[in-house]
Design a protein around this ligand. Structure first.
Ligand SMILES: NC(=O)c1ccc[n+]([C@@H]2O[C@H](COP(=O)([O-])OP(=O)(O)OC[C@H]3O[C@@H](n4cnc5c(N)ncnc54)[C@H](O)[C@@H]3O)[C@@H](O)[C@H]2O)c1
Ligand SMILES: O=P(O)(O)OC[C@H](O)CO
Length: 314
Protein backbone atom coordinates (compact mmCIF):
# COMPACT_ATOMS: atom_id res chain seq x y z
CA UNK A 1 0.00 0.00 0.00
CA UNK A 2 3.00 2.34 0.38
CA UNK A 3 3.62 2.15 -3.38
CA UNK A 4 0.26 1.24 -4.88
CA UNK A 5 -3.39 2.02 -4.43
CA UNK A 6 -4.68 -1.10 -2.66
CA UNK A 7 -8.17 -2.23 -1.66
CA UNK A 8 -8.67 -5.11 0.78
CA UNK A 9 -11.94 -6.96 0.20
CA UNK A 10 -13.66 -9.04 2.87
CA UNK A 11 -16.71 -11.23 2.41
CA UNK A 12 -18.08 -10.13 5.78
CA UNK A 13 -19.29 -6.48 6.00
CA UNK A 14 -19.07 -6.46 9.82
CA UNK A 15 -15.44 -7.58 9.61
CA UNK A 16 -14.68 -4.86 7.03
CA UNK A 17 -16.34 -2.25 9.27
CA UNK A 18 -14.24 -3.44 12.24
CA UNK A 19 -11.07 -3.21 10.14
CA UNK A 20 -12.03 0.32 9.10
CA UNK A 21 -12.59 1.46 12.68
CA UNK A 22 -9.70 -0.44 14.34
CA UNK A 23 -7.20 0.00 11.46
CA UNK A 24 -5.99 -3.42 12.64
CA UNK A 25 -7.02 -7.04 12.07
CA UNK A 26 -7.45 -7.84 15.75
CA UNK A 27 -8.24 -11.53 15.27
CA UNK A 28 -5.90 -12.54 12.45
CA UNK A 29 -2.93 -10.15 12.59
CA UNK A 30 -2.99 -8.32 15.93
CA UNK A 31 -0.44 -5.58 16.55
CA UNK A 32 0.00 -4.64 12.89
CA UNK A 33 -1.38 -1.23 11.92
CA UNK A 34 -3.16 -1.20 8.55
CA UNK A 35 -1.85 1.62 6.34
CA UNK A 36 -4.09 4.67 6.28
CA UNK A 37 -4.21 4.51 2.48
CA UNK A 38 -5.60 0.93 2.42
CA UNK A 39 -9.26 0.92 1.32
CA UNK A 40 -11.39 -1.66 3.13
CA UNK A 41 -14.34 -3.03 1.17
CA UNK A 42 -16.99 -5.71 1.60
CA UNK A 43 -19.56 -7.08 -0.84
CA UNK A 44 -20.92 -10.34 -2.10
CA UNK A 45 -18.56 -12.32 -4.36
CA UNK A 46 -20.99 -11.61 -7.24
CA UNK A 47 -20.08 -7.92 -7.01
CA UNK A 48 -16.33 -8.61 -7.21
CA UNK A 49 -16.00 -8.31 -11.01
CA UNK A 50 -17.29 -4.73 -10.86
CA UNK A 51 -14.95 -3.92 -7.95
CA UNK A 52 -11.99 -5.36 -9.87
CA UNK A 53 -12.83 -3.72 -13.21
CA UNK A 54 -9.98 -1.18 -12.98
CA UNK A 55 -7.50 -3.35 -11.05
CA UNK A 56 -3.98 -4.06 -12.34
CA UNK A 57 -3.69 -7.17 -10.15
CA UNK A 58 -6.07 -9.19 -7.97
CA UNK A 59 -4.69 -11.28 -5.10
CA UNK A 60 -6.72 -14.00 -3.38
CA UNK A 61 -5.64 -14.53 0.23
CA UNK A 62 -8.18 -17.06 1.52
CA UNK A 63 -7.55 -20.65 2.59
CA UNK A 64 -7.71 -23.24 -0.25
CA UNK A 65 -11.34 -23.87 0.68
CA UNK A 66 -12.28 -20.38 -0.56
CA UNK A 67 -10.28 -20.40 -3.80
CA UNK A 68 -12.77 -22.13 -6.11
CA UNK A 69 -15.61 -19.74 -5.25
CA UNK A 70 -13.46 -16.66 -5.75
CA UNK A 71 -11.99 -17.90 -9.05
CA UNK A 72 -15.54 -18.57 -10.23
CA UNK A 73 -16.57 -15.05 -9.23
CA UNK A 74 -13.51 -13.56 -10.97
CA UNK A 75 -13.57 -15.73 -14.11
CA UNK A 76 -14.28 -12.78 -16.42
CA UNK A 77 -11.65 -10.53 -14.83
CA UNK A 78 -9.20 -8.96 -17.28
CA UNK A 79 -6.46 -8.28 -14.69
CA UNK A 80 -4.00 -11.01 -13.65
CA UNK A 81 -5.21 -12.95 -10.61
CA UNK A 82 -2.85 -14.62 -8.11
CA UNK A 83 -3.54 -16.74 -5.05
CA UNK A 84 -1.50 -17.04 -1.88
CA UNK A 85 -3.16 -20.26 -0.68
CA UNK A 86 -0.98 -23.33 -0.28
CA UNK A 87 -2.61 -26.72 -0.41
CA UNK A 88 -4.82 -29.09 -2.34
CA UNK A 89 -8.55 -28.41 -2.31
CA UNK A 90 -10.74 -31.10 -0.72
CA UNK A 91 -12.32 -33.24 -3.49
CA UNK A 92 -15.23 -31.35 -5.13
CA UNK A 93 -15.75 -32.29 -8.74
CA UNK A 94 -13.89 -35.59 -9.01
CA UNK A 95 -12.23 -38.29 -6.95
CA UNK A 96 -9.18 -36.16 -6.08
CA UNK A 97 -8.61 -32.74 -4.58
CA UNK A 98 -6.99 -30.19 -6.89
CA UNK A 99 -4.17 -27.65 -6.84
CA UNK A 100 -5.01 -24.01 -7.54
CA UNK A 101 -4.00 -24.12 -11.22
CA UNK A 102 -6.17 -27.22 -11.73
CA UNK A 103 -9.16 -25.45 -10.16
CA UNK A 104 -8.55 -22.45 -12.41
CA UNK A 105 -8.51 -24.75 -15.46
CA UNK A 106 -11.93 -26.08 -14.41
CA UNK A 107 -13.74 -22.89 -13.44
CA UNK A 108 -11.88 -19.95 -15.04
CA UNK A 109 -9.87 -21.23 -18.02
CA UNK A 110 -9.51 -17.83 -19.67
CA UNK A 111 -8.22 -16.10 -16.53
CA UNK A 112 -4.56 -15.00 -16.54
CA UNK A 113 -3.44 -16.46 -13.23
CA UNK A 114 -0.68 -17.71 -10.97
CA UNK A 115 0.48 -18.07 -7.38
CA UNK A 116 2.66 -16.07 -5.02
CA UNK A 117 4.43 -18.51 -2.73
CA UNK A 118 7.66 -19.19 -0.84
CA UNK A 119 8.85 -19.03 2.78
CA UNK A 120 6.83 -16.22 4.34
CA UNK A 121 5.23 -16.09 7.75
CA UNK A 122 2.61 -13.35 7.45
CA UNK A 123 3.66 -11.70 10.69
CA UNK A 124 7.27 -11.23 9.51
CA UNK A 125 6.15 -9.91 6.12
CA UNK A 126 3.81 -7.45 7.86
CA UNK A 127 6.66 -6.28 10.10
CA UNK A 128 8.79 -5.57 7.04
CA UNK A 129 11.36 -8.27 7.83
CA UNK A 130 13.38 -9.49 4.82
CA UNK A 131 11.50 -12.12 2.81
CA UNK A 132 11.99 -13.82 -0.59
CA UNK A 133 8.98 -15.03 -2.58
CA UNK A 134 8.23 -16.78 -5.87
CA UNK A 135 5.86 -15.36 -8.47
CA UNK A 136 4.72 -18.45 -10.35
CA UNK A 137 2.75 -18.60 -13.58
CA UNK A 138 3.21 -19.99 -17.06
CA UNK A 139 2.11 -16.53 -18.29
CA UNK A 140 4.83 -13.86 -18.28
CA UNK A 141 2.44 -10.89 -17.71
CA UNK A 142 1.21 -12.51 -14.50
CA UNK A 143 4.75 -13.04 -13.20
CA UNK A 144 5.65 -9.48 -14.17
CA UNK A 145 2.57 -8.01 -12.45
CA UNK A 146 3.42 -9.86 -9.23
CA UNK A 147 7.07 -8.77 -9.28
CA UNK A 148 6.05 -5.18 -10.00
CA UNK A 149 3.51 -5.18 -7.15
CA UNK A 150 5.50 -6.94 -4.42
CA UNK A 151 9.24 -6.54 -5.10
CA UNK A 152 10.45 -3.93 -2.59
CA UNK A 153 13.33 -3.25 -0.19
CA UNK A 154 11.98 -5.87 2.24
CA UNK A 155 10.55 -8.40 -0.25
CA UNK A 156 12.50 -9.98 -3.11
CA UNK A 157 10.28 -11.66 -5.67
CA UNK A 158 11.76 -14.26 -8.02
CA UNK A 159 9.81 -15.37 -11.10
CA UNK A 160 9.20 -19.04 -11.95
CA UNK A 161 7.11 -20.45 -14.82
CA UNK A 162 6.69 -23.83 -13.08
CA UNK A 163 3.35 -23.17 -11.39
CA UNK A 164 2.67 -26.88 -10.74
CA UNK A 165 6.03 -27.28 -8.98
CA UNK A 166 5.55 -24.17 -6.87
CA UNK A 167 2.07 -25.33 -5.85
CA UNK A 168 3.15 -28.87 -4.98
CA UNK A 169 5.92 -27.46 -2.77
CA UNK A 170 3.53 -25.10 -0.98
CA UNK A 171 1.01 -27.89 -0.35
CA UNK A 172 3.28 -30.77 0.66
CA UNK A 173 5.48 -28.72 3.02
CA UNK A 174 2.41 -28.25 5.23
CA UNK A 175 2.01 -32.01 5.65
CA UNK A 176 5.73 -32.43 6.31
CA UNK A 177 5.67 -29.63 8.91
CA UNK A 178 3.08 -31.61 10.88
CA UNK A 179 5.52 -34.55 10.82
CA UNK A 180 8.44 -32.40 11.95
CA UNK A 181 6.38 -30.81 14.72
CA UNK A 182 5.52 -34.30 15.91
CA UNK A 183 9.17 -35.32 15.76
CA UNK A 184 10.28 -32.29 17.80
CA UNK A 185 7.36 -32.64 20.23
CA UNK A 186 8.42 -36.21 20.91
CA UNK A 187 11.99 -34.95 21.44
CA UNK A 188 13.39 -37.34 18.85
CA UNK A 189 16.39 -35.10 18.25
CA UNK A 190 18.01 -33.00 15.56
CA UNK A 191 19.18 -36.00 13.51
CA UNK A 192 15.58 -37.12 13.16
CA UNK A 193 14.44 -33.64 12.17
CA UNK A 194 17.10 -33.35 9.46
CA UNK A 195 16.20 -36.81 8.18
CA UNK A 196 12.49 -35.90 7.98
CA UNK A 197 13.15 -32.67 6.12
CA UNK A 198 15.50 -34.33 3.64
CA UNK A 199 13.40 -37.40 2.98
CA UNK A 200 10.32 -35.18 2.95
CA UNK A 201 11.89 -33.10 0.22
CA UNK A 202 12.51 -36.31 -1.74
CA UNK A 203 8.86 -37.35 -1.55
CA UNK A 204 7.64 -33.84 -2.35
CA UNK A 205 9.85 -33.85 -5.45
CA UNK A 206 8.62 -37.29 -6.56
CA UNK A 207 4.99 -36.15 -6.41
CA UNK A 208 5.83 -32.93 -8.20
CA UNK A 209 7.60 -34.69 -11.06
CA UNK A 210 4.62 -37.02 -11.46
CA UNK A 211 2.33 -33.95 -11.66
CA UNK A 212 4.43 -32.35 -14.39
CA UNK A 213 6.73 -30.12 -12.31
CA UNK A 214 10.45 -29.54 -12.80
CA UNK A 215 12.95 -30.98 -10.29
CA UNK A 216 14.87 -27.71 -9.84
CA UNK A 217 11.77 -25.94 -8.50
CA UNK A 218 11.96 -28.11 -5.37
CA UNK A 219 15.47 -26.83 -4.64
CA UNK A 220 14.09 -23.28 -4.64
CA UNK A 221 12.12 -21.02 -2.33
CA UNK A 222 8.75 -22.74 -2.69
CA UNK A 223 10.29 -26.20 -2.15
CA UNK A 224 13.28 -26.50 0.15
CA UNK A 225 12.91 -22.89 1.33
CA UNK A 226 9.31 -23.13 2.52
CA UNK A 227 9.84 -26.65 3.83
CA UNK A 228 12.72 -25.53 6.08
CA UNK A 229 10.76 -22.49 7.29
CA UNK A 230 7.52 -24.31 8.01
CA UNK A 231 9.09 -27.46 9.45
CA UNK A 232 11.39 -25.58 11.86
CA UNK A 233 9.70 -22.22 12.55
CA UNK A 234 7.39 -22.09 15.55
CA UNK A 235 5.18 -19.50 13.82
CA UNK A 236 3.95 -22.34 11.58
CA UNK A 237 0.41 -23.49 12.32
CA UNK A 238 1.11 -26.85 10.68
CA UNK A 239 4.17 -27.41 12.87
CA UNK A 240 2.07 -26.44 15.91
CA UNK A 241 -0.45 -29.18 15.05
CA UNK A 242 2.36 -31.77 15.13
CA UNK A 243 3.76 -30.38 18.38
CA UNK A 244 0.35 -30.55 20.03
CA UNK A 245 -0.41 -34.06 18.81
CA UNK A 246 2.92 -35.12 20.32
CA UNK A 247 1.74 -33.73 23.69
CA UNK A 248 -1.31 -35.99 23.60
CA UNK A 249 -3.84 -33.37 22.38
CA UNK A 250 -6.54 -34.62 20.01
CA UNK A 251 -6.58 -33.34 16.43
CA UNK A 252 -9.73 -31.35 17.21
CA UNK A 253 -8.08 -29.71 20.23
CA UNK A 254 -4.98 -28.91 18.18
CA UNK A 255 -7.01 -27.36 15.34
CA UNK A 256 -9.31 -25.44 17.70
CA UNK A 257 -6.39 -23.95 19.62
CA UNK A 258 -4.90 -22.42 16.44
CA UNK A 259 -7.77 -20.19 15.38
CA UNK A 260 -6.15 -20.15 11.91
CA UNK A 261 -6.12 -22.61 9.05
CA UNK A 262 -3.48 -25.40 9.07
CA UNK A 263 -3.77 -26.50 5.44
CA UNK A 264 -1.76 -29.70 6.02
CA UNK A 265 -4.61 -31.11 8.12
CA UNK A 266 -7.03 -30.66 5.22
CA UNK A 267 -4.81 -31.69 2.31
CA UNK A 268 -2.75 -34.58 3.73
CA UNK A 269 -5.28 -37.20 2.59
CA UNK A 270 -5.38 -35.72 -0.90
CA UNK A 271 -1.58 -35.68 -1.11
CA UNK A 272 -1.50 -39.39 -0.28
CA UNK A 273 -4.44 -40.25 -2.57
CA UNK A 274 -2.93 -38.46 -5.54
CA UNK A 275 0.46 -40.03 -4.86
CA UNK A 276 -1.10 -43.50 -4.73
CA UNK A 277 -2.99 -42.83 -7.97
CA UNK A 278 0.29 -41.84 -9.66
CA UNK A 279 2.28 -44.72 -8.12
CA UNK A 280 4.42 -42.32 -6.05
CA UNK A 281 5.74 -43.44 -2.68
CA UNK A 282 5.22 -40.88 0.13
CA UNK A 283 5.81 -42.71 3.41
CA UNK A 284 6.08 -39.60 5.63
CA UNK A 285 2.86 -38.10 4.29
CA UNK A 286 1.16 -41.49 4.66
CA UNK A 287 2.26 -41.69 8.32
CA UNK A 288 0.83 -38.18 8.88
CA UNK A 289 -2.53 -39.26 7.42
CA UNK A 290 -2.58 -42.39 9.61
CA UNK A 291 -1.89 -40.16 12.59
CA UNK A 292 -4.54 -37.56 11.68
CA UNK A 293 -7.10 -40.32 11.05
CA UNK A 294 -6.31 -41.93 14.42
CA UNK A 295 -4.98 -45.17 12.95
CA UNK A 296 -1.57 -44.57 14.53
CA UNK A 297 -0.52 -42.96 17.80
CA UNK A 298 2.45 -40.54 17.60
CA UNK A 299 5.11 -43.09 18.62
CA UNK A 300 3.58 -45.75 16.35
CA UNK A 301 3.90 -43.32 13.42
CA UNK A 302 7.62 -42.96 14.16
CA UNK A 303 8.00 -46.75 14.48
CA UNK A 304 6.21 -47.24 11.16
CA UNK A 305 8.69 -44.91 9.42
CA UNK A 306 11.77 -46.35 11.09
CA UNK A 307 10.60 -49.92 10.49
CA UNK A 308 10.51 -49.61 6.71
CA UNK A 309 12.82 -51.86 4.69
CA UNK A 310 16.23 -50.45 3.80
CA UNK A 311 16.21 -48.73 0.42
CA UNK A 312 18.46 -46.66 -1.82
CA UNK A 313 18.61 -42.85 -1.49
CA UNK A 314 16.74 -41.75 -4.60
N1 LIG B 1 -0.33 -16.98 7.48
C1 LIG B 1 0.79 -17.16 6.79
O1 LIG B 1 1.92 -16.94 7.30
C2 LIG B 1 0.73 -17.61 5.35
C3 LIG B 1 1.82 -17.37 4.53
C4 LIG B 1 1.78 -17.77 3.20
C5 LIG B 1 0.65 -18.42 2.71
N2 LIG B 1 -0.40 -18.66 3.55
C6 LIG B 1 -1.56 -19.35 2.98
O2 LIG B 1 -2.62 -18.42 2.84
C7 LIG B 1 -3.89 -19.07 3.03
C8 LIG B 1 -4.66 -18.34 4.09
O3 LIG B 1 -3.90 -18.42 5.29
P1 LIG B 1 -4.13 -17.43 6.52
O4 LIG B 1 -2.96 -17.52 7.38
O5 LIG B 1 -4.55 -16.09 6.03
O6 LIG B 1 -5.39 -18.16 7.20
P2 LIG B 1 -6.23 -17.65 8.43
O7 LIG B 1 -6.98 -18.84 8.91
O8 LIG B 1 -5.37 -16.88 9.38
O9 LIG B 1 -7.24 -16.57 7.79
C9 LIG B 1 -8.10 -16.95 6.76
C10 LIG B 1 -8.91 -15.74 6.34
O10 LIG B 1 -9.65 -16.08 5.15
C11 LIG B 1 -11.03 -15.79 5.36
N3 LIG B 1 -11.79 -16.74 4.54
C12 LIG B 1 -11.96 -18.05 4.74
N4 LIG B 1 -12.71 -18.57 3.74
C13 LIG B 1 -13.01 -17.54 2.91
C14 LIG B 1 -13.79 -17.42 1.72
N5 LIG B 1 -14.40 -18.48 1.19
N6 LIG B 1 -13.88 -16.21 1.12
C15 LIG B 1 -13.27 -15.13 1.67
N7 LIG B 1 -12.54 -15.19 2.81
C16 LIG B 1 -12.42 -16.37 3.41
C17 LIG B 1 -11.24 -15.95 6.87
O11 LIG B 1 -12.40 -15.28 7.27
C18 LIG B 1 -9.96 -15.32 7.37
O12 LIG B 1 -10.05 -13.92 7.39
C19 LIG B 1 -3.57 -20.52 3.42
O13 LIG B 1 -3.72 -21.34 2.28
C20 LIG B 1 -2.10 -20.46 3.85
O14 LIG B 1 -1.43 -21.69 3.58
C21 LIG B 1 -0.42 -18.23 4.85
O1 LIG C 1 1.65 -21.33 9.37
P1 LIG C 1 1.75 -22.26 8.21
O2 LIG C 1 2.23 -23.63 8.61
O3 LIG C 1 0.47 -22.30 7.41
O4 LIG C 1 2.87 -21.69 7.22
C1 LIG C 1 2.76 -20.37 6.78
C2 LIG C 1 3.51 -20.14 5.49
O5 LIG C 1 3.02 -21.00 4.48
C3 LIG C 1 4.99 -20.27 5.59
O6 LIG C 1 5.59 -19.97 4.36
Amino acid sequence: AARHQVSLWARNPAQAAALRSDRENVRYLPGIALPASLALLASTPAELPALCADADLVVIATPMAGLRGLLQALRGCSAPVAWLCKGFEAPVSGPYGLLGHEIRAEVAPSLRAGALSGPSFALEVARGQPTALVAASPQAPVREALVEAFHSPSVRVYANDDLAGVEVGGAVKNVLAIATGLCDGLDLGLNARAALITRGLAEMTRLGLALGARADTFMGLSGLGDLVLTATGDLSRNRQVGLQLACGKSLQQAVDSLGHVAEGVYCARTVVQRAAHLGVEMPISRAVVDLLDGRLQPRQAVAALMGRDATSER
